[in-house]
Every structure is written in C-alpha cells, then in structure tokens.
Design a protein around this ligand. Structure first.
Ligand SMILES: *[C@@H]1O[C@H](CO)[C@@H](O)[C@H](O)[C@H]1NC(C)=O
Ligand SMILES: *[C@@H]1O[C@H](CO)[C@@H](O)[C@H](O)[C@H]1NC(C)=O
Length: 472
C-alpha cells in the first residue's frame, strides 16, 4: 500500500522532471491533492508538512529556480519514504502475572484447589476504544471478549464489550462471511478444556498499543462458570497460526502483518517469575536485552496451527535417550503446565527414579533436541527443579502432566509458562518458525543453550503431517 503510494508519487515527480515547465504547476497541485487523499489518518500531519514543502517548491518554480525546486522535491521524496517506513514500528505491552485458584470437583476426593498461572495485558476493541485484559495465547486462534448481552456470572464479573458504543462495528458470520440481507448473524460455541463459550462475531478496530487494525472477533453471549469466572482477565487473544482462527480475518497477527503496521512480521514473549522484572510481549520485533544466548530458529512442523516443532530426541544431560522419536513440542503461552505423552512421561519417571526429591540435585537436565535449518541441533532443557515437584509426604513427581494426542496429531508435548520463563521465544508469522533463546533474567546466571555434539546424523524420521485438535 505504502509502496504503491510511494511509486505513484515518484512517477508523478519524475513527470515533473520532464521538460514541460508549463505543466509542472498543475502536476504538483495534483500530486499533493493525491497525497492528502491517499494518506491514512496517522500520516496526516506528515502530509501537511510535505505539502508545505511542495508549496515552497511551486513558488520556487514560479520564479524559475527549477534546480532548487528539484532539490526540495527530492528531499521531500526521501522524507515521504522515511515517514512511511517509520510508521512501521514495534509495540511492547507489559504483562501482569496472576496466580488463580481454581476449584475443581474431582471424583472421590471432593473439590481440589488448583493453582494456575497466567500472564495478561490490556488491548482495545472498538471505536472509541474499550479496554480488555487478555491472555496472549499461542495455543488458540481467535480474539474473544465478554459481550454486553452475556449475563453469565463469568461475564458479569468482567469488562464487557458494548457494541452499541462502537461507531463502525459490523456484524459478521463466524466463518468471516457477510451476514446476508435480512438474515441473522450466526453463533459459535468454542470449548476450552473444562469450559465453553458461546458468542457472536463482529468486525471492528482491534488495537494492541499503537498497532491497530480492523478485524474480526468473538463477543460472548454465554460463558460457563468453570473456568471463566475464576479468571482475573477478561478475554483471550489467540496468536496461534492462522489455520487455528475461524478465518484469516480473525487472526490478529495476520491482520497486523497485512496492515503493514509492524516493523517485522513477528512477536516475542518474555515471561518473568520475579516481581523485579517486567514481563512483556512485543509485536513487530524481538529484544536483545531479554536474550542470554543467540536466538535459534526452528521451523514449525505440521500444519496444525500450533507453534510446534519436531523433537529429535530426549536427552539426560548430554546423553540421548532414544525416546519419542518424531514427537513434537508445542509452545503455548496460554497454559501453566508442561505436558507430554503418558507413555513417555511414564518411561521418564522410571528412568529418573525420583524417590522423595532428596536426590533432586543429582538428577540430570531433561533436554529436548530441536533442529534448525543449519548446524547441529540444540537442546532445550529443564533443570531437575523445573521438571520435578514435591507433592507432599516425601513423594517426588515429574511436573509433566499426561497428555495423549493420538497420531498423526500427536504424540505431542505442550510446554507452557514454566518453559517460557526459561526461554525467550519469538514467533515468526511470515516464515512459520519459532525462535528460542535462553531468557536473560535479573540476578540469575543463565544456562547456556546446549548444542548436540556431532555424532552420526540421525536418519530421516517418518514425516507426520497433522492438524492438531484446535481448542474449539
Ligand atoms: C485503557 O487502557 C489504557 C492503557 O492500559 C489506559 O491508559 C487507559 O486509561 C484505559 N482506559 C480506561 C477507560 O480504562
Ligand atoms: C504422581 O505420580 C504418580 C505415579 O505416576 C501418580 O499416580 C500421581 O497421580 C502423581 N501425583 C500428582 C499429584 O501428579
């Protein structure tokens, strides 16, 4: 869009370079009229500035200082181009951490309290903007906020989107299509683990800080009490790959990329456990200050819509265990857990003989080797304190939950917050790849990103094409 504008302006300006001095004034009038019309809101001030330069240039023409006028125009063009690229920026949003107590009825044992952690930030929906706190969830695809019409307890205790207050809102069907004349818009029900949400779909402004785009989202009409009433945030902003969204117009990352507001088509996540540090998500860039190692890119494997990468093998320190070949691991900012296939988790329990946790410091690091396009694979690892937990009565358990996703979608590990506190992750929307770097935290000596030592190259694995069970 900006490129086209630039070329157009350039063509017009070159036209004025031709030896037709009588038409010069006219062309220039046309030129800045076009520029004003074609200029989006936020370029308006700039356009006024550049028009002023044009006016000066025209006046200079009149008194025949053509070479000076050309100089002005050239400067103007450079300014225009700089202006257009400078508006592509990155936006960082501070994330707030909250531990939620989540009571769940369980067979036999009565209610148990689970502690779930979440990080969330504030976005705006509608014009004028309405604020919502959302979890930036790489494990789901759509933006969902509570709606004004939703009278469920879970909605009543949160901010609700009031569509009457938004000036340019449009109803859409939940596959992204227009609502037919005289027809009612459809509804959608999305299930999330233990709960579900029913809602209607709309198109309106969606803003993450200064990065705004028009896009589709879901405004709920009904939310189950569990788990949504216990959430300390209002909604969810899905950042999975586009295929997990209802349609491309529902994928916020796709919208931001298409509208050209981001410097790079990526977002990056820094999560800290410490009160001394600010957790943040950055759209449009990655931050060197959060990295204690080089960033290692790994291509997304499969077409499930999850940010998942293939695991070459599981390691205990530097020793490959020949376990879980062809498994994948998905990085999921929307879960507070680490989970893996029960057969592998069981085998790890056996091999590690955890006992009562008294041996925790003698246990090996649990590593997952991933391979980028060049060089040796790197090992993403968890230290014994990160992969074990003492569950009382001197029993030590792996902090890996059982999760069985049948092939071809599985076997799959899902790494949530504990992993993401340790690794800074970058998500490349355009190239479908995930970057991993050891996160740099205050007052902590970072571990290094281990490299697999060169041995016999592993044979080609059976390729798994997949479409992961979206959480919908
Ligand atoms: C909305 O959020 C922004 C940024 O967090 C804040 O500055 C503003 O005061 C909020 N507005 C309302 C009405 O809460
Ligand atoms: C701990 O591990 C044992 C054996 O695998 C399992 O039966 C038990 O449910 C686990 N406890 C918790 C709290 O995860």
């Amino acid at each position: 869009m900006k490129g086209v504008l630039f070329l157009f302006v350039f063509a017009m300006d070159s036209a004025t370079f031709s030896p037709l001095p009588r038409h010069v004034g006219l062309l220039e009038m046309l030129l800045f009229a076009c520029r004003l019309v074609a200029t989006p809101d936020r370029h308006f001030l700039y356009a006024i500035g550049s028009s002023w330069v044009e006016v000066v240039a025209i006046n200079l023409h009149r008194i025949s200082f053509i070479s000076i006028a050309r100089m002005f125009r050239l400067a103007n063009l450079i300014l225009l181009y700089a202006g257009a690229t400078a508006t592509q920026s990155s936006v960082s949003l501070a994330l707030e951490k909250r531990v939620m107590q989540h009571r769940q009825a369980e067979e036999g044992t009565g209610a148990t309290t689970q502690h779930k952690m979440a990080y969330f930030g504030t976005i705006q929906v509608g014009r004028p903007p309405q604020n919502f706190t959302v979890v930036f969830d790489t494990g789901s695809g759509n933006l969902i906020v509570p709606g004004r019409d939703c009278t469920s307890d879970a909605c009543a205790s949160h901010r609700r989107f009031d569509r009457q207050k938004s000036k340019q809102i449009q109803s859409v069907n939940c596959d992204g299509s227009k609502v037919g004349y005289g027809l009612e818009q459809d509804e959608i029900t999305i299930t999330f683990g233990t709960g579900k949400i029913t809602g209607q779909c709309f198109q309106d402004d969606i803003c993450i800080g200064s990065a705004c785009s028009k896009g589709n989202f879901i405004s709920s009409t009904e939310e189950s009490y569990t788990p949504f009433a216990s959430f300390s945030f209002d909604g969810v902003l899905g950042l999975a790959l586009d295929s997990m969204a209802q349609s491309n117009e529902f994928s916020v990352m796709n919208l931001l990329q298409q509208s050209g507001v981001l410097r790079k088509p990526i977002f990056s996540v820094f999560l800290s456990d410490s009160e001394q540090e600010k957790s943040e998500i950055t759209f449009g860039d990655m931050k060197q200050e959060h990295m204690a190692s080089e960033l290692y890119w790994v291509p997304v494997s499969g077409n499930a819509g999850y940010w998942e990468v293939e695991i070459e093998d599981i390691y205990f320190d530097k020793k490959p265990q020949n376990l879980c070949k062809g498994c994948r691991v998905a990085v999921d900012t929307g879960t507070s857990e680490l989970a893996g296939p029960s057969s592998v988790v069981g085998k790890l329990e056996e091999l590690l003989s955890l006992g009562d946790c008294s041996n925790v410091d003698s246990l090996p690091k649990l590593g997952f080797a991933v391979r980028g396009p060049d060089g040796n694979p790197k090992i993403l690892s968890l230290s014994p304190r990160e992969y074990t937990s003492e569950i009382g009565m001197g029993t030590c358990n792996l902090s890996l939950m059982n999760l069985d996703v049948p092939p071809p979608k599985g076997p799959l590990f899902v790494f949530g917050i504990p992993f993401l506190q340790k690794y800074y992750t970058v998500y490349d929307h355009e190239k479908s790849r995930v970057g991993f770097a050891v996160a740099k935290h205050k007052d902590q000596v970072p571990e290094t990103l281990l490299e697999v030592e060169a041995t016999a190259a592993p044979g080609p694995e059976a390729r798994l094409s997949s479409s992961f069970l979206a959480r919908k």
